[in-house]
Design a binder for this molecule. Structure first.
Ligand code: B12
Ligand code: SF4
Length: 482
């Protein structure tokens, strides 16, 4: 058996990456089990479960998405477990001579901390890389392209195994996933984005139209699987910018009506595009788009123009009012970046003031410090972020992080009117200020999803743990039927 451990970031919603990898391996006839939500298991139960699994061919860890808590000695490097618990896992599999593989969004960023703890790191979309790696683990004669760094074997999947087919990236859930009927399920819609914002650290930006969207027939297959087999009615549409193509939106609205599956969903949205394109606005309801996270990023016009988000802030504010009036039951969330070129403490406070005065319009506002990535990393970890190529051109003086945060991956910065550390503090303060009004309703799910009892975290976790416990008992009695 191949074991994939993960700690889905949006608990109790599942991340799709680890399940995609599991499905790709299962399509080759391999037996794979995913053990999710690992920081939510009672620790002794997780240990007992892992020890009871029987022979494991290799173990894969799917990382969390962020590097939060990095400075704390108590926090795991790639999961939300404690450092000691995470180390126990690395050591346990090491002591059993089980090859340890790490993949997922921050796998390579954490490389220096994984030396001696794991064997393989896979960076990027690993749909094909993981098949080559599996063959290699079974038979050393089978090649897998990798480089060596301090005993770690590193596979650059985006560079060497990037030829995956958008028509063949479906993801299905199986009985050992112990899905609760009606969970909110992730579905991949696209892999890439047309734009290239200066601050963006996603590797697949600047795509040509028509080159990065999954074919509708393959999206339909995933939707029907979740709808028919698992009672899926609400989805997370995994796509960096869902409304970067009106054609894609139209095609999905058509699919929703053709399949007669009136789903509802969450997706990331560029508010400036939605505002500017009435055709997109008219699709919101036919699409079932009930929850949006807007990449507003800034209400500072000069900052916005400098980084490729040049929309007129006053028009955006007006449109937020229009959107709330037009879609009163929809959930709206947004992110604001702190530290863009023309930001000052005052402009950020003004932005927060506007959200406080208008807190009935949104469900959540998250201020986040600008991260500038390092393209002179001694380990050669490069970033796709345009700003990383020449921070000075945007007015930043940068210096290495050394011991703080993610040493060398991101940089400390100073610009006129603000430093990185001030941005961190401001972001924390202003997020708290905005939410202190108590009017933002994200946590209580008042607007979406409507069937909140179906997505109750405790209910999903207890169903999951009870199911896994049953599997464990069956395994120990040698009577596995699931
Ligand atoms: C959807 C999403 C979210 C959702 C997740 C909901 C959910 N239940 O899944 C939410 C809104 C919760 C979220 C939150 C955050 N996110 Co986010 N998110 C995304 C997004 C758009 C899609 C992720 C995804 O599912 N992709 C599709 C799957 C198939 O790709 P994947 O997960 O990378 O998996 C592939 C590989 O990584 C690999 N792989 C994965 N697991 C494994 C395991 C093994 C063993 C192997 C070998 C390979 C492997 O193979 C998979 C298939 O090819 C990405 C951008 C993107 N397009 O990837 C950002 C992204 C992952 N998020 C990011 C960030 C920063 C965050 C936050 C930290 C933001 C914040 N400050 O709050 C939080 C972190 C939350 C947390 N607690 O960790 C960054 C990560 C930054 C980085 N790498 O430097 C990204 C890349 C966006 C960006 N460009 O900045 N996010
Ligand atoms: S920030 Fe959003 S819109 Fe801009 S390049 Fe990145 S994914 Fe695309």
């Amino acid at each position: 058996m191949i074991l994939i451990l993960c700690d889905s970031p949006g608990f109790p919603q599942r991340a799709i990456g680890p399940y995609r990898i599991a499905h790709a391996l299962r399509q080759q006839g391999l037996t794979v089990e995913v053990v999710d939500f690992i920081s939510h298991w009672p620790w002794d139960q997780l240990v007992d479960y892992i020890k009871g699994l029987g022979p494991i061919e290799w173990v894969g860890f799917s990382t969390k998405f962020g590097t939060h808590g990095q400075d704390s000695v108590d926090q795991g490097r790639i999961t939300e477990l404690t450092r000691a618990q995470e180390d126990w896992l690395f050591n346990w599999f090491g002591s059993q001579a089980v090859p340890r593989v790490v993949g997922g969004p921050i796998a390579d960023q954490q490389r220096p901390y994984l030396v001696g703890s794991v064997d393989w790191i896979v960076r990027g979309y690993a749909d094909l890389a993981v098949l080559a790696l599996d063959r290699h683990i079974r038979d050393r004669e089978q090649p897998v392209i990798h480089t060596l760094w301090q005993g770690l074997k590193i596979i650059d999947a985006d560079r060497d195994y990037g030829d995956w087919d958008l028509a063949n990236i479906s993801t299905e859930f199986v009985s050992t996933d112990w899905v609760t009927p009606g969970e909110i399920f992730p579905i991949e819609i696209a892999r890439g984005c047309r734009f290239k914002c200066a601050f963006c650290n996603f590797s697949h930006t600047g795509k040509a139209p028509g080159t990065y969207i999954r074919p509708m027939s393959s999206i339909a297959q995933d939707i029907l699987h979740r709808w028919n087999n698992h009672g899926g009615r609400c989805f997370l549409f995994v796509d960096d910018t869902f409304n970067d193509s009106t054609e894609k939106m139209q095609a999905l609205a058509d699919l929703r009506s053709e399949l007669a599956t009136p789903w509802e969903f969450w997706a990331y949205c560029r508010l400036d595009l939605l505002r500017a394109q009435p055709a997109q606005q008219d699709l919101v309801e036919p699409l079932g788009w009930r929850s949006m996270t807007w990449g507003i990023e800034t209400f500072n016009r000069a900052s916005g123009s400098a980084v490729g988000k040049g929309a007129d802030p006053e028009r955006l504010k007006q449109f937020i009012e229009t959107a709330r009036a037009r879609w009163p039951d929809n959930q709206f969330m947004t992110h604001i970046i702190v530290g863009l070129p023309n930001d000052t403490k005052e402009t950020i406070r003004d932005t927060a003031d506007w959200f406080i005065e208008n807190s009935h319009l949104l469900d959540s506002v998250k201020f986040m410090p600008l991260m500038i990535y390092n393209n002179n990393d001694p380990l050669g970890r490069t970033s796709p972020q345009p700003m990383a190529n020449d921070p000075g051109a945007w007015g930043y003086r940068t210096y290495p992080t050394e011991k703080q945060g993610q040493p060398w991956v991101t940089l400390n910065w100073v610009k006129k009117g603000m430093s990185f550390f001030q941005a961190i503090e401001l972001a924390r303060e202003q997020t708290a200020r905005v939410h202190a009004t108590g009017r933002m309703q994200f946590e209580s799910n008042l607007r979406w999803p409507r069937m909140e009892h179906l997505v109750d975290p405790e209910r999903i976790l207890s169903h999951y743990l009870a199911g896994k416990q049953l599997l464990n008992q069956q395994r120990q009695q040698g009577s596995q039927t699931i």
